[in-house]
Design a protein around this ligand. Structure first.
Ligand code: AMP
Ligand code: GLY
Length: 423
């Protein structure tokens, strides 16, 4: 079967490697891809926003499955147009992708389906939002309703901070994404990410992970897309996973079906695990980045039939099996990330790092310039290692990282600290 993969990050490189390993795979195409993905797929100069062009490409190349990596094409309805053209596609429809595209939509689903989450209200004007925040008291969380590239959440420690965030969002800092704002209570506990594959009717557990969102060591400084991750998340015990499936994932799948928006694809469940058990922070409608880079190396079954079964709406009998090992990934970012990443830094000696046993190097923001590989984005590379446990995976990942020459880059030296401190 020929597959078209949409996206260009480390997540998509990890997906490309897992798909490449499938005995069912024919040709693998990627749009737009990156220099790492180009080693295992043919890159197509396709604009994912041009749905007619994507459909024409699929027909011309006999594509049996489209795998959508990032959220933007999902929220834009690429899945709907491909499905209408008869092309199977892994990822939710435009309306189902509202689980990521609108925080208010998700909060209302939680309310209707009794999914545990922070108490909240939705607002379309600043004065009502501020009055509600004053009524609840600080600390309090202010969120832009729509997609804001991971920057649309302010956990305000004081009411003044909350009011400033409300003004900033209604003032247009996130454009239309901030036309509506959710104000919600702060959840206490330990964060974890959980992923389930869904077919519109049912969901099966995929894997858990924890990422490090802050740019600085000790989880300090501004938020990023993620500076590293590991899988499994130690806090996601079998009992917690069972509760997440029963109390959050299954009611959400049933609720979406009842709303006429059956959810297919992967459901990314952002959780706070506190004294009363798991509560939902947010859903995303796609795999995580860099969580995918640590989950897929642990997968002990063929990924392609799982994604196809989800796309075709029938996961009955499908099974996810994971290796007992842990995986850890470290992001090698360009200096200045996340505010102003430097472009053009030259990268060397990747082959030596990738040759280490149990190590996989995936590309995110890289570009070929003649013979050279250079930085072309904030998060540039991921170095992932499999190990007996998180500490072993961490040692292997950092040993491989040390071999890479990238003077224009930096990475955190403490990825995995929480999991290791637990032991
Ligand atoms: P989100 O974009 O929804 O993932 O939010 C970004 C980050 O804000 C999350 O990873 C949490 O660390 C934090 N956050 C969001 N909502 C809450 C909440 N209700 N309580 C505590 N922290 C939160
Ligand atoms: N690493 C968080 C995300 O993919 O949204």
């Amino acid at each position: 079967m020929n597959v078209l993969l949409i996206g260009s990050g480390g997540r998509e490189h990890a997906l490309a490697l897992a798909l490449r390993a499938s005995p069912l795979l024919g040709e693998l195409h990627a749009a737009p891809g990156n220099p790492g993905i180009a080693q295992v797929a043919r890159l197509a100069a396709l604009d994912a926003a041009d749905h007619a062009a994507v459909i024409a490409f699929c027909k011309a190349h006999d594509i049996g499955l489209v795998v959508v990596g990032p959220e933007a094409p999902l929220v834009a309805g690429l899945t709907d147009d491909l499905a209408a053209a008869g092309v199977p596609v892994f990822g939710p429809s435009k309306i189902a992708a509202q689980l990521e595209g609108s925080k208010g939509y998700t909060k209302d689903l939680c309310r209707d389906c009794a999914i545990p989450t922070a108490d909240y209200e939705r607002f379309r004007d600043a004065s009502a939002a501020k009055a509600y925040a004053r009524g609840r008291g600080a600390p309090i969380v202010v969120k832009a309703d729509g997609l804001a590239a991971g920057k649309g959440v302010v956990v305000a420690q004081t009411l003044a901070e909350a009011e400033a965030a409300i003004d900033m969002m209604f003032g247009g800092a996130f454009g239309a994404a901030g036309a509506e704002v959710v104000v919600e209570d702060v959840l206490e506990g330990e964060e974890a990410s959980f992923f389930a594959l869904c077919d519109g009717e049912r969901a099966i557990p995929f894997a858990s992970a924890q990422d490090h969102k802050r740019v600085g060591e000790g989880d300090t400084g501004p938020n990023t897309g993620g500076m590293g991750a590991y899988s499994p998340a130690p806090v996601m015990s079998e009992e917690i996973v069972a509760r997440v499936m029963r109390e959050i994932v299954e009611p959400a799948i049933a609720g979406m079906k009842a709303r006429g928006a059956p959810y297919r694809g992967v459901l990314f469940v952002g959780l706070m695990i506190g004294a009363q058990g798991p509560k939902l922070i947010e859903f995303n409608a796609r795999f995580g980045d860099p969580e995918t880079q640590v989950m897929l190396p642990r997968l002990d079954v063929d990924l392609l039939p799982l994604l196809l079964a989800s796309a075709k709406g029938d996961l009955r009998g499908a099974q996810v099996r994971l290796k007992p090992q842990a995986a850890l990934t470290v992001v090698y970012a360009a200096k200045g990330y996340p505010d102003a990443p430097e472009k053009g830094g030259v990268i060397g000696n990747l082959a030596a790092a990738a040759a280490q046993p149990g190590v996989v190097v995936t590309h995110a923001g890289t570009k070929r310039e003649g013979e050279a590989l250079v930085a072309h984005g904030g998060r540039v590379l991921n170095v992932t290692a499999l190990g007996e446990d998180v500490a072993d995976a961490q040692a292997k990942a950092y040993a491989a990282l040390g071999l890479i020459e990238f003077p224009g880059g930096f990475y955190r030296r403490d990825i995995g600290w929480r999991a290791i401190a637990r032991k």
